[in-house]
Write a protein that binds this ligand. Structure first.
Ligand code: RIB
Ligand code: CA
Length: 313
């Protein structure tokens, strides 16, 4: 009997977050306790609506709680150039089948973690504002969090600035709180997620599937075109689904325990994750940093999840 891992997905849908939701819902290994939304790719009203629309598309009733509308300190930076004005441009999705919970996402995180019979794995795939606020408001939850498997940062790559990855760059202070929390962390950064690419041919293959796959083919065409135009990436980088896949099947990643610091003050480097790759700092590792991936294994999981939700349709 599979013992399901209790998880909460904290996200900013966003095209890749949307596919992360599909994986989290489809996986028999996971017990998805809820989805919390945060401002990032788009404003939090849009990321919340998008999470609800993805759940309507796949016929799931996971609780959704709306979270922080801006970072802890700095102004919000969104990414309409990548995800469009809605945050999920490129395809028509159904209207939400239900609304978000009354509770703020931070309160939802705290209550759900406190009441879970087993420790919870958090999977943040957007800026870390909600997670940081929950840790500051209720420090006791740290011991009930098994691990934080986050999409964010990088050892050698960047996309928001020449030095920083978007999720960390949007709220570096929140990231500093999470990375210094003492909670076990797996950092699924651009070093591996920029290689987790769906090719244009694979996207067209989805278009020959059921309604969910056809919708994601449209979404991923839009997303791949934006990534090609902006970053010269030839395909759809599945940043967030890789973080979820790492919880479903840890063998999809190769990680190294390393010391990681979040830069807050650099004139040109604010938001960078400074990874001590060669262990020169003498500091003890605080993060398991993903440095390689099993791309075939990952893609098999992605295609399996999409086919499963289409079959259940
Ligand atoms: O840098 C990639 C990350 O930023 C992904 O989570 C994407 O959805 C955006 O939030
Ligand atoms: Ca995201």
């Amino acid at each position: 009997m599979v013992v399901k891992k209790k998880v909460i997905l904290d996200c900013d849908p966003g095209h890749d977050d949307a596919l992360a939701i599909v994986l989290a819902c489809a996986a028999e290994e996971l017990d998805l306790l809820g989805i919390t939304t945060v401002a990032g790719n788009q404003t939090v009203d849009k990321t919340t609506r998008n999470a609800l629309r993805v759940l309507a598309l796949i016929g799931e009733e996971v609780p959704v709680a709306c979270g922080a509308e801006r970072p802890l300190i700095c102004e919000l930076v969104t990414a309409p150039e990548v995800h469009g004005e809605t945050g999920l441009d490129g395809a028509e999705l159904p209207e939400p089948a239900f609304g978000p919970r009354e509770k703020h996402a931070v309160e939802f995180l705290i209550c759900t973690i406190r009441s879970s019979p087993e420790p919870v794995t958090l999977i943040p795939t957007g800026p870390l504002t909600n997670v940081a606020l929950a840790l500051r408001l209720a420090p006791d939850i740290a011991e009930r969090i098994e691990r934080i498997v986050l999409m964010g940062g990088a050892a050698r790559e960047a996309n928001a600035t020449p030095a920083a990855e978007f999720n960390i760059y949007v709220d570096p202070e929140a990231a500093r709180i999470v990375f210094t929390s003492g909670i076990p962390i797996t950092m699924v950064g651009l070093d591996v997620t920029n290689r987790a690419l769906l090719t244009p041919e694979e996207i067209e293959g989805l278009a020959r599937g059921g309604p969910v796959r056809r919708t994601f083919a449209r979404l991923l065409r839009f997303y791949a075109t934006a990534n090609e135009r902006l970053l010269g990436i030839g395909g759809a980088p599945l940043h967030d689904p890789l973080a979820v896949a790492a919880v479903i099947d840890p063998a999809v990643l190769v990680t190294e325990p390393l010391y990681v610091e979040v830069e807050l003050c650099g004139e040109h480097t604010r938001g960078a994750t400074v990874v001590d790759l060669y262990r020169v700092s003498g500091r003890s590792p605080n993060v398991d940093v993903a440095l390689d991936l099993d791309l075939r294994r990952f893609k098999e999981l992605v295609f399996w999840a999409l086919e499963r939700v289409d079959r259940r349709g």
